[in-house]
Design a binder for this molecule. Structure first.
Ligand SMILES: NC(=O)c1ccc[n+]([C@@H]2O[C@H](COP(=O)([O-])OP(=O)(O)OC[C@H]3O[C@@H](n4cnc5c(N)ncnc54)[C@H](O)[C@@H]3O)[C@@H](O)[C@H]2O)c1
Length: 258
């Protein structure tokens, strides 16, 4: 059987760890040529080495236009063109509006939102030149629901849905654009976040119980949805968001089993 993405080039941001690493690995498994983009040079180059000759690492801070342009140009040359962009890089920051400094606001919106604009701006001409393709934006359940103290994060994830619609409308029919909205995922980001609390184990347990399925997601489960939405099997899907959240947000807050 031919691998589903064997004739495709794919760019994944935030690909050194967590969800991005699982996405890069899944595309490689399905035969794609993959550019891994990240600020973490050590983890990114090591992962590209273990994924084999189809994987290439490029260093970039995706909130910088100059670095994005350079990395995507290198990716285009090295991969021989690409068709799929996965805007996955993101950071979690905490604070209410009054607690959030301008610096944290700008950094959060820069890495989580402006990055998707910059990467799409650099990638869309390549994707169009190659005959069309797909842009996937990694949003969150926090595009719809907000916990306390995440003013900048939840704003960035909500705005990504607007960017998704805008790209979908402007670049149809050759380019589709879809947002993925996960619940809690077992990644370094989550482990960093729960370490901010005095009892990380308790917070992890609470996270699991918030999801009606009673657990958090694996990065691989998110990667499988990204693969499906990037494939021709999802060829009539554009401008939409897909929640992959173990049911988080469908139950009435505080409701208990009978
Ligand atoms: N983990 C969760 O529970 C969860 C839930 C919903 C959505 N998400 C979203 O999924 C995406 C991936 O999250 P994760 O949990 O794998 O995070 P992670 O922190 O585990 O990994 C993120 C990767 O992005 C890279 N990165 C950070 N800033 C960057 C920058 N400026 N330029 C380039 N690379 C950068 C990091 O080096 C890291 O390799 C994020 O957009 C996040 O908001 C995560």
């Amino acid at each position: 059987m031919t691998a589903e993405f064997s004739n495709k080039g794919v760019v994944v941001t935030g690909a050194a760890k967590g969800v991005g690493a699982a996405v890069a690995e899944a595309f490689c498994r399905e035969g794609a040529r993959v550019a891994l983009i990240d600020v973490d040079v050590a983890a990114g180059s090591e992962l590209a080495r273990t994924l084999g000759p189809r994987a290439h690492f490029f260093q970039a801070d995706v909130s910088s236009a100059a670095q994005v342009d350079q990395a995507l140009q290198q990716a285009d040359q090295t991969l021989g063109g690409f068709h799929i962009l996965v805007n996955n890089a993101g950071i979690q920051t905490y604070g209410t509006v009054t607690e959030t400094s301008e610096e944290v606001w700008d950094r959060t919106l820069g890495v989580n939102l402006k990055s998707a604009f910059l990467c799409a701006k650099a990638a869309l001409p390549v994707i169009q030149r190659e005959g069309g393709g797909v842009v996937i934006n990694m949003a969150s359940v926090q595009s719809f629901l907000s916990q306390h103290n995440v003013a900048a994060y939840t704003t960035s994830k909500t705005a990504l849905l607007g960017l998704t619609r805008s790209i979908a409308v402007d670049y149809a029919p050759k380019v589709r654009c879809v947002a993925v909205c996960p619940g809690t995922i077992d990644t370094p980001m989550l482990h960093w976040a729960i370490q901010q609390s005095p009892d990380p184990q308790e917070v992890l347990e609470e996270c699991k119980q918030m999801h009606p399925l009673g657990r958090i997601a694996t990065p691989q489960e998110i990667a499988e949805l990204v693969l499906f939405l990037s494939s021709d099997r999802a060829g009539f899907i554009t401008g939409q968001y897909y929640r992959i959240d173990g049911g988080l947000g469908i139950s009435v807050a505080g409701s208990k089993r009978a």
